[in-house]
Ligand binder design. Structure first.
Ligand SMILES: Nc1nc2c(c(=O)[nH]1)N[C@H]1C(S)=C(S)[C@@H](COP(=O)(O)O)O[C@H]1N2
Ligand SMILES: [Mo]
Length: 548
């Protein structure tokens, strides 16, 4: 490279004009013009380098996407790196993401991966203009990093190496090719055909990468699409069809959510960057570990079992006090206990370690499955086949336990083991191995900070102590005495209970309202404030209401 030294021309200009002040002025002017030109040229080189880097990176990602059509979505470079990033995300950051982005946290992460790749690719493209070999090697290294991220995912096989490796190779080749074209194009002797070649090469590759990238992604979505298979599932008729709960399970208060959470509004929490799409035709559930008779069942066999409907509230350990990560649904499932009995659980085995197709592991107490509660393998919620994001074709549910220790979606493996010998996904990340749902209550109406008119104000909300049942809800206004709220009719001890309270003669001004519940064992919800980690937040939900 015949790069000029920065400032070289200015130096010469100053030398030659030192004797003549007027000439010096003129020279300085032309010197600053030259400096501007040089700056513009430098900017141009950086811009070209960055452009070449971005196009090379894009071409690499597109190739990765195309290869992933064969090896599966989770092996595509961005998904693999994003999934790996999730797995190393420290618990505080994960909590931060849940708090600030909620269910959009994955979209934010994926955007973050794209931005990081883009910045690195652009920088690499600039580097390539002076250090082409190093830059190409770096590109290949990116590919290797992606491949390692992919192949170390728990659900990976060796073919997962391919998308990122080939992506890195493709990006390195494109980088070399376009950088050489670009350097030729910017030589002083360059002909206009050189410039044309560079532009055509860059734009053509960019367009090709966009088409291949989007096309590959669409192809993946189509190839691994399970909506047809999902539509074809004929739900078994439950042994006893549950009647609808009475209308009185829901206090008729405007703004209070329904008793059953509509599936479309049901919260979603999982570590999957892209929703696993599991074909029920090839789905199998393996039951093994500390059992006498390990066995495997297909989806068809599963459907031939006895099915039951059960109303149950599911909640997340990461739900903050007063938070939204709780939902209530009617589930259709086959009881889990008979399956464990058929396998014959060994004495001393106390943990059921379940694994999903994406490699997520969840540990549940064997006792909670066998003690008579309605632990089940669910295939439908609210009368419809499970949506893919809620675990199609099959998920586990155990009443009374937080989702991270019971509600494995896309479950395919049940390993009977011990808490002493096995860790589930969240355990080394600071969460308790065992986590029963804590008694919780929430004020839903009015919203925190809302202004309401004086007179009688209706308060309403939701409270749950899943599996222990809910016995009472009380509200406290401005630190006064606790007053008993009106509980709506109970459905099952495994569902939440909604409540309301007629707050009469409310004076104008700002008021503080608190809520607490008592569970079916008579234990009052604790006022001690605790964070979500390690086993669920506690404290009383408190809101401020402006009365005018
Ligand atoms: N495969 C898999 N299953 C999972 C999880 C997950 O990350 N992966 N998250 C669990 C957690 S933390 C909760 S709270 C529930 C949430 O279920 P939902 O998304 O259907 O509401 O699923 C559980 N099952
Ligand atoms: Mo959760």
């Amino acid at each position: 490279m015949s790069e000029q030294q920065p400032g070289g021309m200015q130096g010469r200009a100053a030398d030659s004009s030192a004797a003549d002040p007027e000439a010096e002025d003129a020279q300085q002017e032309s010197g600053s013009t030259t400096a501007k030109m040089r700056l513009a040229a430098l900017g141009g080189r950086i811009a070209r380098g960055a452009l070449v880097g971005l196009v090379a990176g894009g071409a690499g990602l597109a190739v990765g996407e195309l290869v992933a059509v064969a090896t599966g979505e989770a092996s595509s470079p961005v998904v693999a790196v994003g999934t790996w990033a999730i797995s190393i995300t420290p618990t505080w950051l994960e909590q931060f993401a849940i708090r600030n982005f909620g269910s959009n946290d994955k979209a934010v992460l994926q955007a973050g991966v794209y931005v990081t790749v883009a910045l690195a690719a652009a920088a690499d493209g600039v580097l390539a203009r002076t250090r082409l070999t190093i830059a190409s090697l770096l590109t290949a290294v990116f590919g290797v990093v992606g491949a390692i991220a992919a192949v170390t995912r728990p659900a990976a096989n060796t073919s997962w190496l391919l998308p990122s490796l080939l992506a890195g190779l493709a990006a390195a080749l494109v980088l070399r090719w376009l950088t050489i074209l670009s350097l030729k194009e910017s030589e002083p002797s360059a002909e206009s055909s050189g410039r044309r070649r560079f532009l055509l090469g860059t734009l053509g590759t960019a367009a090709g990468a966009l088409v291949a990238g989007y096309g590959g992604n669409a192809w993946i979505k189509k190839r691994y699409n399970v909506s047809d298979a999902r539509a074809k599932v004929v739900l078994p008729v439950p042994e006893t069809v549950l009647p609808e709960p009475p209308a009185s399970v829901h206090p008729d208060v405007e703004g209070l959510g329904p008793f059953f959470t509509p599936t479309s509004q049901f919260y979603r929490v999982d570590t999957a960057l892209t929703v696993p799409r599991v074909d029920p035709g090839s789905w199998k559930l393996k039951i093994h570990g500390m059992v006498d008779r390990p066995f495997e069942i297909t989806f068809e066999e599963l459907l031939s079992y006895r099915f039951e409907e059960h109303d149950m509230t599911l909640t997340c350990v990461s739900n903050p006090v007063g938070g939204p990560y709780v939902g209530n649904a009617r589930w259709l499932g086959t009881p889990l206990a008979p399956l464990l009995r058929r396998a014959g659980v060994h004495r001393g085995a106390d943990m059921l370690l379940s694994t999903s197709t994406d490699g997520m592991t969840i540990g549940s107490p064997v006792e909670a499955v066998l003690d008579g509660r309605q632990a089940m393998l669910a295939i439908a919620m609210n009368g419809e086949v499970l949506p893919t994001k809620h675990g199609f074709p099959c998920r586990m549910l155990i009443p009374g336990l937080y989702g991270f220790v019971s509600a494995t979606k896309w479950v395919t493996d049940l390993n009977v083991t011990t808490f002493a010998s096995s860790d589930a996904y969240w355990t080394p990340r600071g969460y308790s191995p065992q986590a029963p749902v804590k008694t919780a209550s929430r004020i839903d109406v009015p919203a925190n900070g809302a202004t309401v008119s004086a007179g009688t104000v209706v308060l309403a909300g939701t409270a749950w102590a899943t599996h222990r049942g809910l016995a009472a809800v009380e509200v406290q206004i401005d630190n006064g005495a606790w007053r008993e709220a009106m509980l709506a009719t109970a459905d099952t001890p495994d569902t939440w209970r909604q409540w309301s309270y007629q707050w009469a003669n409310v004076p104008k001004g700002s008021h503080k309202v608190k809520v607490r519940a008592t569970d079916g064992t008579g234990t009052v919800q604790t006022s001690a404030v605790q964070d979500m980690v390690p086993n669920g937040a506690t404290g009383y939900h408190t809101i401020t209401v402006q009365v005018s």
